[in-house]
Design a protein around this ligand. Structure first.
Ligand SMILES: [Fe+2]
Length: 251
C-alpha cells in the first residue's frame, strides 16, 4: 500500500491488497446481489439524467465483523483513517462513530452530478474492478469551490432538484482535480468537498465501474448522504437558502 496524494481535503492510497487478495475481493464483489438503486425511490442526489446505478446491501462498522471480505476493506479504511487521515476523516467519537459500507456499480452511461457529502465527516471509495482504461470515464472529480454560504446571495429558495446554487458554486473557479478509478485504489474525500463522478463512457462497454464506498458518520444523524458511488439522500422538500447551506442535508 502506498500513499500517492495527500492534501487537506483528499488522499489517494494505491495497491491496497496484494494481487491474490485483490482478485479474491473482486470475485467476492461479483457474487454479491445488486438492485437498481432508484428502485427504492428516487434519491435526488442523482439527477434524473444521471442514469441507473446498482447497489448491494450495506455493512456497518458497529456490527463488524461480517466475516466476509468487507471486513478487509474496513480494517484498511479504519487503519488509514485513524493513523494518517484524522484531518480529513475526523476523530472517532467526536466527528464519527459509524462507518457505512456500500458496494456500487456504475455501468456505462451513468454518473453522479456535483454534490457534497453533507452530514458525513468523510468518505472513502475503494475501486474493485479488474481493469480500467483512462478512456472509459468514471473519474472522481473534485472541485475547488468558494465557501458555500458565500454563493447564496440572490439565490431563490431552492429544492433538491433545482439546486440553483450549483452554477455559482462550481463556476466561481471552474477547475479542480480528477481521480481515476484505478483498480485496487482507495480515494478519501472530506465531507465538505464538492465532487461528482464523470459519466462512464460508452467505450467502457461491459466494463462496470465497481466500488465499495465508506461513509463516516455520527450514528445519531440521519443515514442519508451522498457519494461517489453512493448517496443516500432524503426528500427534504423545499429549502430556504439558509437551509440550502446544507445541500446534502440529512445526507
Ligand atoms: Fe458524494
Amino acid at each position: 500500500m502506498k500513499c500517492n496524494l495527500k492534501t487537506d481535503e483528499i488522499a489517494i492510497f494505491d495497491e491496497i491488497f496484494d494481487s491474490k487478495g485483490f482478485k479474491h475481493f473482486v470475485s467476492y464483489f461479483n457474487r454479491l446481489p445488486f438492485v437498481f438503486r432508484q428502485s427504492q425511490g428516487w434519491l435526488k442526489i442523482w439527477r434524473i439524467s444521471d442514469g441507473q446505478i446498482l447497489s448491494s446491501p450495506e455493512s456497518y462498522y458497529t456490527k463488524m465483523p461480517t466475516n466476509t471480505p468487507i471486513d478487509w476493506i474496513h480494517n484498511t479504511v479504519y487503519h488509514i483513517a485513524k493513523n494518517y487521515l484524522q484531518d480529513i476523516c475526523g476523530e472517532e467519537g467526536k466527528d464519527w462513530d459509524e462507518i457505512v459500507y456500500t458496494p456500487y456499480i456504475y455501468p456505462e452511461g451513468t454518473k453522479i452530478s456535483w454534490h457534497d457529502d453533507h452530514g458525513y465527516s468523510a468518505a472513502c471509495i475503494f475501486y474493485c474492478h479488474e481493469e480500467w482504461s483512462p478512456h472509459w470515464g468514471g473519474e472522481l472529480m473534485v472541485a475547488k469551490t468558494p465557501p458555500f454560504d458565500s454563493v447564496l446571495d440572490g439565490v431563490e429558495p431552492d429544492d433538491e432538484v433545482s439546486r440553483k446554487y450549483t452554477n455559482k458554486l462550481l463556476n466561481t473557479y471552474g477547475y479542480g482535480t480528477y481521480i481515476s478509478p484505478v483498480p485496487n485504489r482507495m480515494a478519501f474525500t472530506k465531507g465538505s468537498v464538492w465532487h461528482g463522478i464523470n459519466r462512464v463512457d460508452k467505450s467502457a462497454g461491459d466494463h462496470m465501474r465497481a466500488s465499495v464506498v465508506a461513509f463516516f458518520k455520527k450514528s445519531d444523524r440521519p443515514a442519508s448522504g451522498c457519494l461517489a458511488g453512493s448517496c443516500h439522500s432524503e426528500d427534504k422538500g423545499s429549502v430556504s437558502p439558509s437551509e440550502a447551506s446544507q445541500p446534502c442535508q440529512g445526507s
